[in-house]
Write a protein that binds this ligand. Structure first.
Ligand code: BES
Ligand code: ZN
Length: 458
């Protein structure tokens, strides 16, 4: 380990530069205009994995964005760890709110600013550096390692699920290692043992055949924008935070007393929480703590809303159409397709005959919970403790990584969610950043985790 740690120490700048190179590529998966960037980054990653000594590094074409894989399988009789990460990012918009250009990584003190710095280029590159350190200093890895980097996580991994199913034998492993979550707080290392699922839909309301003068027609012609607001407001009680879609809570598994006690024991400051996001009051289900509300309770949210005049000044118009994007975060045992169906039938059942309502289904993902007493999770906690010298929290988080449930379903394995980010990193927001110190420390945690995975669980 000593040689390995000193290798990590003396290669800090090289590793940071390697990360910056990846961050310079605008590999945005949500719009087709970045396809060229996506392809060139996939090839760059393949070459990099090969250069550090990983074998069979390959870019797999898919109907969407490529998947990059590489392997090192010479640790006879040792377990196999599949390292998963995503090299795609969310769009940088709104650009005007960035203090430094999103694809020109800029370091200010301990923070490295760039789209993808934390989600997920910085976090997944940690493991690539750890693997490099092992191979450079020991010419071997303590366990068999497969690396799988995808370019469609931010759009629901549509092509990774078929890839998993078709390449089940290559993907087979003892555990999946993922860093795409957050620590509980700065210097509060944590392992995520639960993620919410997601159902994402659009509602389109069509009324008159054209926009109308609101004075001439207002009062008799149906207004799609008003009707849409009415439909959406019937989905959630904004006072109690309860989702009103019939059957929405049917499959929700309440926390066990032990899980509830564990959540309640987590440190939390309401004032700091409110300050961090600039709000006056929290909302939602009063009988649950804030942490429970954002991790182990399901939600309904409007993500986007349009219809009618958006320009400056007042235009007296009655819009012909209106629409909304809505998402529901799900918890065990809610299933995204079931919930999406319930939402669609509810909307149709309450929609008035005066308008046409169309519901479009987007991607979804199932929620997951992991057994925190499992060998790999305990080994990850051990590795964290050795580097951070702190007790490790086991938390559930509110975000979604849909492929984690598929790893369980297709490969039959749990994942170790070893997050090095922070919720304050600004994921999906302007000025996303990542702690350089945690990037450096993460490499050691990862290297130690691989070593622990080689030892038998007592
Ligand atoms: N890294 C996030 C997921 C995440 C964020 C987990 C914070 C835990 C804490 C991931 O890249 C992401 O944003 N996922 C999407 C999934 C969706 C597009 C299917 C999400 O949660 O919105
Ligand atoms: Zn991510």
């Amino acid at each position: 380990m000593d040689a390995l740690i000193s290798y990590l120490d003396s290669n800090k700048e090289t590793h940071l530069e390697g990360l910056k190179e990846i961050l310079r590529v605008p590999s945005v998966s949500t719009s087709p205009e970045h396809k060229g960037d996506i392809d060139s980054l996939a090839e760059h990653l393949r070459t990099h994995l090969e250069s550090i000594g990983m074998e069979s590094a390959t870019v797999h074409k898919t109907p969407g964005n490529p998947i990059v894989t590489a392997e090192w399988l010479h640790a006879e009789d040792a377990p196999t760890v599949l390292i998963y990460g995503h090299y795609d990012v969310q769009p940088a918009d709104p650009l005007e709110l960035w203090e430094t250009p999103p694809f020109e990584p800029t370091q200010k003190g301990d923070r490295l600013y760039a789209r993808g710095a934390s989600d997920d280029k910085g976090q997944s590159f940690i493991h690539v550096c750890a693997v490099e350190a092992w191979l450079a200093t020991e010419q071997r890895l303590p366990v068999n390692v497969k690396i799988l980097l995808e370019g469609e996580e931010e759009i629901g991994s549509p092509n990774l699920v078929p890839f998993l199913e078709e390449n089940q034998s290559w993907c087979s492993c003892d555990t999946v290692l993922v860093s795409d979550t957050a620590m509980f707080g700065k210097d509060q290392p944590s392992i995520t043992v639960g993620l919410r699922g997601l159902a994402y839909l659009e509602v389109h309301v069509e009324g008159p055949s054209r926009d109308l003068h609101s004075g001439v027609y207002g009062g008799a012609a149906p207004n799609p924008a008003t009707i849409l607001s009415d439909l959406l407001s019937q989905c959630i009680d904004s006072k109690t935070g309860k989702v009103l879609i019939p059957g929405f809570y049917d499959d929700v598994l309440e926390l066990t007393t032990a899980e509830e006690e564990a959540v309640h024991a987590l440190p939390f400051s309401l004032d700091a929480y409110k300050d961090a996001i600039g709000i006056q009051e929290v909302v939602g289900e009063a009988e649950y703590t804030v942490h429970e509300r954002v991790s182990s309770r399901p939600t309904f949210d409007v993500n986007g809303l349009w219809g009618g005049y958006q320009g400056e000044g007042a235009k007296t118009v009655l819009p012909a159409t209106a629409g909304a994007k809505v998402s529901m975060r799900l918890v065990p045992n809610q299933e995204p397709t079931v919930i999406a169906e319930k939402f669609e039938s509810f909307i149709h059942s309450i929609a008035p005959d005066s308008v046409r309502v169309n519901v479009v289904h987007h991607h979804g993902g199932s929620p997951v919970v992991m057994d925190l007493t499992s060998g790999p999770i305990q080994k990850a906690a051990q590795a964290f403790k050795e580097v951070y010298q702190k007790e490790v929290f086991f938390t559930r988080e509110g975000g979604s990584i849909p492929i984690i449930a598929d790893f369980k379903r297709v490969l039959g394995v749990d994942s170790v969610l070893m997050g090095f980010g922070l919720n304050e990193d600004g994921l999906h927001s302007p000025n996303e950043s990542f702690s350089v110190e945690d990037f450096f420390r993460g490499r050691e945690v990862s290297a130690r985790f691989l070593a622990h995975m080689a030892t038998k669980t007592s």
